[in-house]
Design a binder for this molecule. Structure first.
Ligand code: NAI
Ligand code: 13P
Length: 345
């Protein structure tokens, strides 16, 4: 097998279960296998699982890429969970609670639960780490998050990228860092789980806003203004929730926002562009076959902001356009007509 530079400190192969064989679950399983882990990839659909095991290709998401040998796919959650040091969760955010409810009893008491997801639960406004804690009863030392500028469509080419692995217990973050460190994937540790999750969830909402601007034919000044003011409202919310402000200048903040807002590979930004070009929500949903988390999570983020008394005008505008049917041009006009303010408030 080709050497992709897994950490030398991984002589005993770490067992990892990845739940979710979509774009990011599949690409992250490849990263883990390249780092020397023994990976079991759980998928819902037997035909996808069979194809991965027989051809080493995930035909639905990456038909042109051969996955490394260190990945075994299964539809059997019990088999995936058995003996796993890490259970990596890569299903759409709004499905986590129900899925995890079924998987919890299968997991070892020491398994660390790792969220790859970038959403906020609708209704409860809980972050994914909070859903994990609520459903499994795991303490903060068993809950971790991987976030950052990690478009699966680039990582599957093994293009260089960095990320943040966050856990309140830094020693656990370091173990996860070792488990996914390759020559092309560079994880940095962080203990600010909340900040990383807020960065990941809100960048999808701002990605929608930037896409909408793009679809309206607006240029780079508009998009850079949305990115920057979007990051300001992300940081405001994060601070209100106890995050470390430095996180938002890092990979899980600015890094992910820039990757999402600038990339044609971003589902959220593409979704927004479709709305900006005049398609309705229903029309856009009908042509989107991948998870664009911001579409649902924009409402959860808005609710979270209101609960914490934080002003998030770009997020409010996105919710109005996506779910309220507000014409995008009117939303832009209203954002520009807001009262003048100092930059730092
Ligand atoms: N694709 C990317 O580049 C990245 C995605 N993420 C995040 O990873 C999470 C997963 O997204 P993707 O893998 O990209 O989505 P995806 O749409 O590519 O794949 C989602 C997977 O979940 C499965 N699924 C759908 N509904 C389900 C249900 N009710 N129960 C169980 N499985 C279900 C689908 O069959 C599919 O295998 C999202 O929160 C996303 O924001 C984070 C970083 C990068
Ligand atoms: O989170 C991502 C990149 O880090 C993927 O963004 P999209 O979900 O918008 O494709």
């Amino acid at each position: 097998m080709e050497d992709h530079g897994g950490e030398a400190g991984n002589p005993v192969r770490t067992r990892v279960a990845v739940f979710g064989a979509g774009s990011w679950g599949t690409a992250f399983a490849m990263v883990l296998a390249d780092a020397g882990c023994d990976v079991t990839l759980w998928g819902r659909r037997p035909e996808v699982v069979d194809a991965i095991n027989t051809t080493r290709v995930n035909p639905d998401y990456f038909p042109d890429f051969v996955l490394p040998d260190g990945i075994t796919a299964t539809t059997d959650a019990r088999r995936a969970a058995a003996g796993a040091a890490f259970a990596v969760l890569a299903v759409p955010s709004q499905t986590l609670r129900a899925n995890l409810g079924a998987w919890t009893s299968l997991l070892d008491r020491n398994t660390v639960l790792v969220s790859l997801m970038k959403g906020v639960e609708l209704g409860t406004t809980l972050l994914m780490s909070e859903v994990i804690a609520e459903v499994t009863g795991a303490g903060p030392d068993r809950i971790a998050v991987v976030s950052g500028p990690n478009l699966a469509g680039e990582l599957i080419h093994r293009q260089p990228a960095a990320c943040v692995v966050a856990c309140r217990d830094e020693a656990v973050a370091r173990q996860l860092q070792a488990a996914c460190h390759t020559a092309y994937y560079r994880p940095y540790t962080n203990v600010d789980v909340v900040g990383c999750e807020i960065g990941g969830a809100v960048k999808n909402v701002i990605g929608l806003a930037v896409g909408i601007a793009d679809g309206l034919g607006l240029g780079d000044n508009t998009k850079a203004s949305l990115i920057t003011r979007g990051l300001a409202e992300t940081a405001r919310l994060g601070l209100a929730m106890g995050a470390d402000p430095r996180t938002f200048a890092g990979l899980a903040g600015m890094g992910d926002l820039v990757a999402t807002a600038c990339s044609p590979l971003s589902r959220n930004t593409s979704f927004g562009a479709s709305l900006g070009r005049g398609m309705t929500l229903a029309q856009t949903v009908a042509t989107t076959h991948r998870t664009a988390e911001g579409v649902t999570s924009c409402r959860s983020v808005r609710d979270l902001a209101r609960r914490h008394g934080v002003a998030m005008p770009v997020t409010e505008a996105v919710v109005d356009i996506v779910h309220g049917g507000k014409p995008p041009r009117l939303a832009v006009k209203e954002l520009m007509a807001r009262s003048a303010k100092p930059e730092r408030v």
